[in-house]
Design a protein around this ligand. Structure first.
Ligand code: FES
Length: 252
């Protein structure tokens, strides 16, 4: 039996949802794989919600909003662009980035709406079912870490500050270069991903060496992250066996 993907689409009320309506009224055909959720603006889509959709078994997620410059709330779709592009980088850590789409469809583009949905459905069909459905425990643990990165305060701050920083510079009036900002964000995403993997590993007390082996990282690097996690109050020493400290997560 051929695979029929389950896709969820978050459509902004003022453009893309109206575009979907126009497609229906104009009888432009599009696949029935798409379940539509109407939101007031694409900028309202929280990255964590997208990860929840994947967790709940969707094979693809589409975010559709007004064309840049046409947002009913002026800048919501610029915010959506930064959020979704950053989320794609986060999802790349578990190879789910290709299953997320951000597109602009206006209220007058019924035909374009049907084409965008067809193309994305074909793409997801060719990718096959979401790898999360295989039940691979390592992948599921990595995905949990990805979800935690998507709701991480530091990453969300970077997402929220990008536009004002690029437009107005920092508090000292210094210009921020986009490439440097993106590189910094990439490093922060990777570091938080590793830290969250460590936190998840430490649900049960473990030594640094055990954690390093389980998540295939260098012991020195794990130790550096553990020190930071202890400073943040997320990890504590559980006990010391001979001279080896065993650490445990506090919050999971
Ligand atoms: S109202 Fe459509 S993207 Fe903001």
């Amino acid at each position: 039996m051929s695979f029929e993907p389950k896709i969820i689409g978050f459509l902004c009320n003022w453009c893309s949802y109206a575009g979907a309506d126009l497609a229906g009224v104009s009888r432009f055909q599009y696949p029935t794989n798409l379940r539509i959720i109407r939101v007031m603006c694409s900028g309202r889509i929280d990255p964590f919600i997208v990860t929840k959709a994947f967790e709940n078994g969707f094979d693809g997620v589409a975010v559709l909003g007004c064309h840049l410059g046409d947002c009913h709330y002026l800048s919501g779709n610029y915010d959506a662009q930064i959020k979704i592009q950053t989320l794609m980088k986060i999802l790349k850590l578990v190879n789910l980035d290709d299953r997320l789409m951000l597109e602009w469809v206006s209220a007058a583009e019924g035909l374009r709406f049907s084409q965008v949905v067809k193309d994305f459905t074909d793409k997801i069909r060719s990718l096959g079912p979401s790898p999360l459905k295989n039940g691979d425990p390592v992948l599921l643990e990595k995905f949990k870490a990805v979800q935690r990165v998507a709701e991480d305060f530091r990453i969300r701050t970077l997402i929220g500050r990008k536009r004002p920083l690029l437009a107005d510079g920092n508090v000292y009036g210094e210009k921020v270069i986009e490439e440097e900002f993106d590189n910094f964000t990439d490093e922060a995403i990777l570091a938080e991903f590793k830290r969250n993997r460590i936190v998840l590993q430490l649900k049960e007390p473990k030594s640094v060496k055990e954690v390093a082996k389980n998540i295939d990282l260098d012991s020195q690097e794990v130790l550096r992250h553990v020190v930071i996690l202890r400073q943040r109050g997320l990890v504590a020493v559980d006990r010391i066996d001979n001279v080896t400290p065993y650490y445990v997560s506090i919050e999971v």
